[in-house]
Design a protein around this ligand. Structure first.
Ligand SMILES: [Zn+2]
Length: 383
């Protein structure tokens, strides 16, 4: 079936075809036009009067399907009571003593049946799709035991287009960081995930564990990703770059000396403004990273603790306001560059021959951030 989307006010196009990612997202083109697709592939950047279906989009925009490259799906339940404690000033140590935090999500996951976990995750994915997200990464991390993490891999495969093994998320009881890293090593060998990830923070893993995970990732032939510099400046970015990481995620407390090397590296800066906003965290230097030519990426960090957010239009709104980004920069960050983080070269841009994952907006792209919190998606087309 051939579908033609006709007469959009804006079509978001890359600076040129065939680029793996874009460092200067201001060069993205926004032009009036039409797109024709057939059998899940973009076949022309023009109207086809003979198409089986014609969609008129006057005043609207066509952008690539959003790619959410950092989520913590699947998880069981939410932690709304903890959010209320947090905003009313209960210290994290106290929340943790009352049974909150990652441990609480781990208990919930362990207690839930597979079917219930998958039903919740599928409902979240359906809402993500309604907000334009066509590709989703899923992570493990709430298993917190060998069997729990292997189960999380299995469940994540049902939910995500890509599965990241965040085996080093929190240190399970009875383990030290070092002894759990031995388990991480064997989990990585056994689980065959698409990428490996680690949470480096004073309450979790250390730079030396990140270095070790880099070696494990190299041995397994999968990309290394890392949660770094979220609450403290641990100078993990140089360690991640030396280990050849595909992405460093969070960066709210990025050390100023690490900005330039990161911007020059073939390593994405994955910014998570939902977690920054809801957690009243520091703000990642989004404007400076973009100006320095970093491969900038946005994601929801969808998780029941720090960022129960599933809408990338909302994340775009936060990034535009808080980082001082243009709509083009924010869009490139959750389409083209996010696809590169997940190792996809068949999606993320509107080019002839790419997958027909398209989002149709009822208004120009500048409205996504400006009419904050509104869902501008009128239709999502997936290959
Ligand atoms: Zn995360």
């Amino acid at each position: 079936m051939r579908v033609s989307i006709r007469g959009a006010a804006q079509v978001l196009l890359p600076p040129e075809d065939g680029l793996p990612y874009v460092r200067r997202a201001g060069d993205m083109r926004l032009e009036p036009g039409s797109v024709t697709i057939e059998d899940g592939v973009i076949i022309a950047l023009e109207d086809d009067p003979g198409a089986d279906r014609v969609i008129h989009l006057p005043g609207g925009a066509i952008v690539p399907g959003f790619v959410d490259c950092h989520t913590h799906l699947p998880f069981a339940g939410w932690r709304a009571e903890e959010y209320e404690q947090k905003v009313t000033g209960v210290p994290y140590e106290e929340i943790s003593r009352r049974g909150g935090g990652i441990a609480s999500s781990a208990r919930a996951l362990a207690a839930a049946r597979d079917g219930d976990v998958l039903a919740q995750a599928r409902a979240v994915r359906a809402e993500m799709l309604a907000h334009g997200t066509t590709t989703v990464e899923a992570k493990t991390g709430y298993g917190l035991s060998r069997d729990g993490e292997l189960r999380a891999v299995r469940l994540a495969r049902e939910i995500g287009d890509r599965v990241t093994g965040l085996f080093a998320h929190a240190i399970p009881e009875g383990h030290s960081a070092g002894s759990w890293m031995d388990e991480v090593d064997s989990l990585a060998a056994e689980a065959h995930v698409d990428a490996l990830d680690i949470y480096v923070e004073s309450v979790a893993f250390r730079n030396e564990d990140l270095e070790r995970l880099g070696e494990i990732a190299r041995r397994e032939g999968v990309p290394l990703r890392a949660h770094v510099e979220q609450f403290n400046t641990n100078r993990s970015v140089p360690v991640a770059l030396a280990a050849g990481a595909r992405s460093v995620d969070h960066l709210a407390c990025l050390h100023r000396k690490d900005l330039k090397p990161l911007a020059g590296a073939e390593c994405a800066a994955v910014l998570l403004p939902g977690a920054e906003f809801l957690g009243a965290e520091e703000l990642a230097p989004g404007r400076a990273l973009a100006d320095a030519g970093a491969i900038c990426v946005l994601a929801t960090d969808c998780n029941p603790g720090t960022s129960p957010v599933l809408s990338l239009p909302l994340i775009i709104g936060l990034a535009v306001r808080r980082y001082g980004w243009t709509a083009r920069e924010a869009l490139a960050a959750c389409t083209h560059n996010a696809a590169w983080v997940l190792g996809y070269d068949d999606r993320g841009t509107i080019e002839v021959g790419k997958r027909a994952d398209l989002v149709l907006l009822d208004s120009p792209v500048e409205h996504i951030a400006y009419r904050f919190g509104r869902n501008p998606v009128t239709e999502v087309i997936t290959a």
